[in-house]
Design a protein around this ligand. Sequence first.
Ligand code: TPP
Ligand code: MG
Length: 750
Amino acid sequence: MATTKVDPKLNESDIAKKGKTYQGLTSQRLIDAYRIMFTSRRVDDREILLKRQQKVFFQISGAGHEAVGVAAAFVLKPGYDWFYPYYRDRALCLALGATPYEMLLGAVGAADDPSSGGRQMPSHWAYKRLNVVTQSSATGTQILQAVGCAEAGRYFAKHPNAAGKADGDYRQFKDVQFQGDEITYVSLGDGTTSGGEFWEALNTASNRRLPVIFCVEDNQYAISVPVEVQTSGGNISRLVSGFPNFHFEEIDGTDPVVAYAAFKRAADYCRAGHGPAFVHAHVIRPYSHSLSDDERLYRPDAERQADAARDPVHRLQLFLLREGILDEKGINKIEKEIDEQMQADTDRALEAAVPQPETIYNFVYSPDLDPTSAAFETHAAIAAPETATDGKRSADSQNVSPQNKATPNKTMADLINATLRDEMRRDERVVIFGEDVADASREEYLKQKLIKGKGGVFKLTSGLQLEFGSDRVFNSPLAESNIVGRATGMATRGLKPVVEIQFFDYIWPAMMQLRDELPIIRWRSNNAFSAPVVVRVAIGGYLTGGAIYHSQCGESIFTHTPGLRVVFPSNALDAAGLLRTAIRCDDPVLFLEHKRLYRETYGRAPYPGPDYMVPFGKAKIVQPGTGLTVITYGAVVPRALQAAQKLEREHQVSVELIDLRSLNPFDWDAIAASVKKTNRALIAYEDSLSWGYGAEIAARIADQLFHHLDAPVKRIAATDTFVAYQPILENAILPQASDLFRAMKELAEF
Ligand SMILES: Cc1ncc(C[n+]2csc(CCOP(=O)(O)OP(=O)(O)O)c2C)c(N)n1
Ligand SMILES: [Mg+2]
């Protein structure tokens, strides 16, 4: 340790007065550090005891990582900077201002646990007042979110008006705070550096010179897997050293003085706006991976003893004694105080109220803004087609009223573009990014009018960068998790990212973010945080040549994820109305845009104006009927309509055709009303048949409408294969109007 000699006979205040410092840390600050590090270890010990008594249900320790956490917290500012810690960061959180009592509330799963209200395992920190953002158990997902968080801070600093409150949409409930020189801190283990998202995050932070401190707490193991298996050459610092714009530190993370100095240099670099910093801290893990692990199975005694000799709590204690900052009595006094407080906190936590079972649905979605409500049912500026579920309008419900015949009909692509443009004008928090979404990343070409610009592979975002600039519309790297992870971090801060996944077929790299992060941030933090991102995705087949990797559906995978709204419009007007609802609402939305429908003649409409919204969860009766009910959505709607019209023409069977429009939530009332009337139901969808979206609808009908049925509930969908390239095969695989006709006829005749 770095040393400056202090007279051993001095008491605490004498030392402070003498002004001796250790790399800028006063003696008093070192005593504070010892207090926090000892407390952190004691909370771990207490939890371990409680786990053995079966009073808590999981334990993972921060033991061995205390010094680095305290050092980072001493340099950074709670409630000012932002923190994406991982589960070993108990000491960091204590040093930022979280209390042992709060941590014990988490361990017992109390209703008042500030991190999650008993929903997450202990050590999954979230403290809103300190800017400690909710984290999951998935190693590494926090890293891209931290990058997005830093980007949001920078954005608000450049666009301060965007931070203002506004009524009538999510902004009413989403306060923004930012500082011009704030830093985002993110930490992770050595094993976690093996994940792709780690590298994606470093790449973006480096490229955009973002003020992020990445702290790798290298304890040499990821559960039982040693670092040389994770990291080529065994040292992550060597591998990342080529990233431009970074400040690098590799330190002994068991020494708080060394760590403090390193974080100070790192923070100075970030605050000055030079770019990100990387702190590689070598630490130890004395308590096995978790209480479910016994490291003696894979680490020999000699190795464990060598680690124990570097224990940061013992080292700091020895240092304080050696430097005469505290004597044995002083140490004992601190430890006794902490132990007494720990006992009191434990007693209190064990008495704390537990969450009630009826609260489990709280905060799956925003409690403040309901996108199914009448607030999202606005009328078109031009007289728009009927959108209600009452079925008063007939099959040509896509047509505008006669007085608007002069208004040109636009494609779904046109209206999505127009809606994005108007929402960007209305709300400066809206930012758009994704692959190829910019008009041109090399702005100078646009400025010099050398080029027209691209604006998306389907041109849905065309012209938006030109109007709103590169701060608000920009290309991402070719990495889907990068897009969704950063968007999640941005939205947590109050931005409204409307990001694009170029093809549904390539959504899978983002799956960890889409399944384990974005939709459950609100629920897992008990409403302390939320991330209402809109993810636009080009989806579907019927393209002639789209083949396996440009034709996939798979919406049921996402409707099976609580917390995520999923919509799938079949026509231009609904696309405009649903997209506006998606952008203004307070929940994350997966907005599925069928590629085949982008420029289809079916479903064109004039632009309904800048306030037109369609609420979620309201189906549209495309055509009323009495003979049977067809429930569908997306590109199957026009095919089903064609089949229904033929059935009526040729066999005088009238089909009630329901376009669900939104898949989660979905309009059960419309389905039930229709099936009660027709007593026959067919669910038609483009995805492969088995385990698909239709299975849920069929099961609900069978369950709740059994006595109203005159025939079995039928499904018609794609074959249980992927979509092939050769059009003959594609036609055989995807449900065609002729297949729908046959199925409808059979059902009517049953
Ligand atoms: C994506 C993912 N895969 C696997 C796990 C299970 N798991 C939890 S912690 C862990 C090891 C993490 O090691 P490291 O990053 O070195 O952090 P440490 O626990 O050593 O501090 C594993 C494999 C997980 N939580 N998330
Ligand atoms: Mg590790």
